[in-house]
Design a protein around this ligand. Structure first.
Ligand code: SPQ
Length: 440
């Protein structure tokens, strides 16, 4: 998808108010389609994210012969075909902008009887895939990318996989999940050890489908040859999408926003921890467990933030939230320092460089480093920024306008639909003075 034509224009000032339910969790939505498809029986999903990324996963499984009804108002019915029921797709699978789809599917498809090819848009086609293809090859899979280690990926079916014990060199839930999904098809036990905790939705959901996952410390193991039992999944609102409203409410005086039914899995709550450490006024209310995942309502009121040195152990727990947190840092008193976040450079865009360029264009004192950023809080001017086709960067700069002295114009915003369709009207209802238009 080319996102070059959608522009956000956001007038300066205002504040956020009200009760908001943001879009469904993207990570959980992907996994619900994958495991529902491989299960025996019918899986009912509610709260499914109808964004381009999770729809790419859904369409990939339809192309492999799975009957999937919906989505309709977030409801999806997946008629599982069992562990060995997928069929060869007639054409390469197009996964658009979605790294999660490509990396998790690489593992899942490595264990099938048929060949398959996967490709993406220009952003996905430049993201690193050796992080999955190398360990999958150790398991006996045949996964081939370009010479640069990028998509398209060709996976040769009919391979006999064997379990391995793998120590991940980086903290990545996608790599962990890819290997565990391949492990469902491998002889013996597949174990993945992570250098720091990463989101554990795959492990939780496998257990919800009745598949044993043994977790001990930083290692998760599965044995191949089991079966998945269809279940019901209630997808919570995505804390990564809630983040834009949390940061907006924190920085804009007079704000008071409650975000409903947000997933607060401990491996995802870095944004709450970091904002609180910066002086954010955040209340977590009505904590409950829904379908194996912790959920809560999150109330955020504006407060004066101050700069901090972000603890490195929080980085994987907030990895997708840094574009928005950089905006919070720009509004904070003093200096904020982020280190240990080099993974940000291989997301949908280079999130360190693209955010630094945008902040500097708005007059913010921001200096990118190899693995993070130094930001000194101060005034945010109006101006034009480029999102680099990155959904999270587009939405972060939209929220920056709440504290800017002039209009902020953001280009290349169409990919907001990958994770957060409906962002513009929802943000407008909450008080952001935003409009979107095709700039063709
Ligand atoms: O799917 P994609 O494009 O990789 O999405 C991103 C995002 O910002 O939406 C990353 F750019 O989220 C990843 C996240 O960064 C989703 C994810 C998952 O669902 O397992 C894990 C994280 O990636 P990683 O590389 O740290 O494993």
């Amino acid at each position: 998808m080319s996102g070059s034509d959608l522009v956000f224009k956001v007038s300066p000032g205002g504040h956020l108010q009200g009760v908001v339910r943001v879009a469904g969790d993207k990570s959980i939505s992907h996994r619900s389609i994958m495991l529902g498809s491989l299960a025996n029986g019918v899986t009912e999903i509610s709260g499914f994210l109808e964004g381009d990324d999770s729809l790419a996963t859904l369409n990939a499984f339809r192309a492999m012969g799975v009957r999937i009804d919906g989505p309709q108002d977030g409801n999806v019915t997946v008629h599982g075909v069992g562990m060995h029921g997928l069929k060869a797709p007639a054409a390469p699978l197009d996964l658009g902008n979605s790294g999660t789809s490509m990396r998790l599917l690489a593992g899942l498809l490595a264990g099938q009887a048929f060949d398959v090819e996967m490709m993406g848009d220009s952003s996905l086609n430049s993201r690193p895939m050796r992080r999955v293809s190398v360990p999958l090859s150790e398991m006996g899979a045949v996964v081939e990318g370009t010479e640069a280690g990028t998509p398209p990926l060709k996976i040769k079916g009919g391979q006999r996989l064997k379990g391995i014990s793998y120590e991940m060199p980086m903290a990545s839930a996608q790599v962990k999940s890819s290997l565990l999904l391949a492990g469902l098809y491998a002889d013996g036990e597949t174990c993945v050890t992570e250098p720091a905790p990463t989101r554990d939705h795959t492990e939780r959901m496998l257990q919800g489908f009745g598949y044993e996952v043994r977790v001990s410390g930083s290692t998760a193991c599965v044995s191949g040859g089991g079966a998945l039992r269809a279940t019901r999944i209630d997808v919570p609102a995505d804390i990564s999408s809630a983040t834009f409203f949390m940061v907006g409410a924190a920085i804009a005086p007079g704000s008071d926003v409650t975000l409903q039914h947000v997933g607060i899995n401990p491996t995802r709550i870095g944004v709450i921890n970091i904002l609180r450490q910066m002086g954010g006024d955040i209340e977590v209310q009505n904590e409950r467990i829904v379908g194996g995942e912790p959920v809560a309502d999150i109330r955020v009121r504006s407060s004066q933030l101050h700069g901090i040195q972000i603890p490195e152990e929080q980085v994987p727990l907030a990895i997708d939230e840094f574009p928005a947190l950089f905006v919070a840092a720009a509004c904070a008193e003093g200096e904020t320092l982020l280190t240990g976040a080099e993974e940000l450079r291989v997301k949908e865009s280079d999130r360190i460089q693209v955010m630094a360029d945008g902040l500097v264009a708005l007059g913010v004192d921001a200096t990118p480093t190899a693995d993070g950023m130094v930001i000194r809080g101060g005034e945010i001017n109006g101006g034009s920024v480029d999102s680099g086709g990155d959904h999270r960067i587009a939405m972060s700069f939209a929220m920056a306008a709440l504290r800017a002295t002039g209009e902020i114009k953001i280009s290349d915003c169409a990919n907001v639909n990958t994770s957060f369709p409906g962002f513009v009207p929802l943000a407008r209802d909450a008080g952001l003075q935003i409009s979107s238009q095709n700039d063709g």
